[in-house]
Design a protein. Structure first.
Length: 110
């Protein structure tokens, strides 16, 4: 968790930045700092989405195991199972399509 800064602390940090960096180079330093922060946030979001995908796959795996158990116990009728399998195929196709569009395209320059 990030610490919260009050108005007084922000003024002190701004004055130190002007003294250390200088007023001429301060905009360039702030832009560089902003781009670094954007990269860090993008990497954090990428990690978060990867963990969410892993969690989703785990949930699907658990649901499949439960359905197999219910199927073995003969508690589900065949029409329901066919319907669930159709939905399962649609979900797998949507996940695959989403993964294909999210994957970075190789550039011709490399």
């Amino acid at each position: 968790m990030l610490p919260s800064f009050g108005f007084g602390e922000m003024i002190i940090i701004a004055l130190l930045a002007v003294i250390v960096v200088g007023p001429k180079d301060l905009p360039k330093v702030m832009r560089t700092l902003g781009s670094w922060m954007a990269r860090i946030r993008a990497m954090g979001n990428e990690f978060k989405s990867a963990f969410d995908d892993i969690d989703t796959h785990e949930d699907i795996r658990e649901l499949r195991a439960e359905m197999a158990e219910l199927r073995n116990m003969k508690l589900l009728d065949e029409d329901f199972l066919d319907e669930v399998e159709a939905v399962n195929r649609e979900i797998a196709k949507d996940v695959q399509d989403a993964g294909d569009t999210a994957a970075p395209k190789p550039s011709a320059e490399t």
